[in-house]
Design a protein around this ligand. Structure first.
Ligand code: GLU
Length: 291
């Protein structure tokens, strides 16, 4: 029998806060109850914002919290060649296109549409969807712009991708952390429009690296915050296009700050290191997040 495999996948672009502590400890608890494995993955594709210092802080905080994970740890920045190979497949299959518009150009384009851009579709995070102009560029024009070194990102042609993915896209979501019941969730990748799957200089994006790694590492259970719930639709679509196995998911509650808002990495008071320095024990932290 293959063991159930869980993972905690932080990005070393800031310090861990209570929300991360909850996610890590919940993964550990669920893996232990299932007699499964727990992996730690460092999601550091953003080579500018991610630093060795933040990474060292993550290891220190997780060890202090009492997390036990398998070695070696997968560090995404060490596997760009693997992501490039997957990206090359998407390029060869015409499922991605180079997108050249800057944020300012997108804003300007949308403002010029009827109604001063009101009614322009936005993604679940409130960001306006990418305009359809670049998708229609002739190959010669794309080549010319790339040869001229124009900045661009590889975006998924979600319409073409949906047409290619057979049948209804759904995923299995556990209803709670006991994993005793599940429900099927219909994926809505089109809500995100043509998402970025890679950058010019980094051959992947968060979505692409996550689905590639979850498959490569044999992750069977993805347990992460509700803030990533609808992103799962995009990831399901990529799994389908790439023929990757589909894990089961549980999107857990978020730990909110005193102001009722989602915690952020700049929110110093709820940093795990700050709580430790203030004299809290790992048990105090676990209690604080309701575990
Ligand atoms: N690296 C992501 C984050 O820190 C989590 C990715 C995931 O769990 O799928 O928000």
């Amino acid at each position: 029998m293959t063991l159930l495999t869980f993972r905690f996948a932080p990005s070393p672009n800031g310090e861990l806060h209570l929300g991360h502590a909850y996610s890590a400890l919940l993964n550990q608890q669920m893996a232990a109850r299932a007699g499964g494995r727990l992996l730690l993955r460092i999601e550091d594709i953003d080579v500018i914002r991610c630093t060795p210092e933040f990474e060292a802080g993550i290891f220190r905080d997780l060890e202090w919290l009492g997390l036990h994970w398998e070695r070696p740890v997968r560090r995404q920045s060490e596997h760009f060649a693997q992501y490039q190979a997957v990206l090359d497949r998407l390029i060869a299959e015409d499922l991605v296109y180079p997108a050249f518009m800057s944020r300012g150009e997108i804003r300007a384009f949308i403002a010029e549409t009827g109604n001063r851009g009101r009614g322009w579709p936005r993604d679940p995070d409130g960001v306006p969807l990418y305009p359809p102009l670049d998708k229609a560029l002739p190959a010669s024009e794309r080549k010319r712009r790339i040869a001229e070194n124009m900045p661009f990102a590889w975006r998924l042609d979600v319409e073409a991708a949906m047409a290619r993915a057979p049948g209804a896209l759904s995923w299995t979501e556990f209803t709670d952390e006991t994993m005793s019941a599940t429900r099927a969730i219909e994926a809505q990748p089109q809500d995100w429009g043509d998402v970025i799957v890679a950058r010019r200089d980094v051959p992947t994006s968060y979505h692409l690296a996550v689905v590639v790694d979850d498959a490569l590492q044999g992750v069977s259970h993805v347990v992460r915050g509700r803030d990533l719930y609808s992103a799962t639709g995009v990831q399901r679509l990529l799994q389908e296009l790439l023929g990757l196995p589909v894990p089961r998911y549980f999107h857990h509650r978020l730990i909110l700050g005193p102001d009722g808002r989602k915690l952020s990495k700049s929110f110093k008071d709820t940093g795990v290191a700050a709580l430790r320095q203030a004299g809290m024990s790992p048990q105090d932290v676990a209690r604080l997040v309701g575990l």
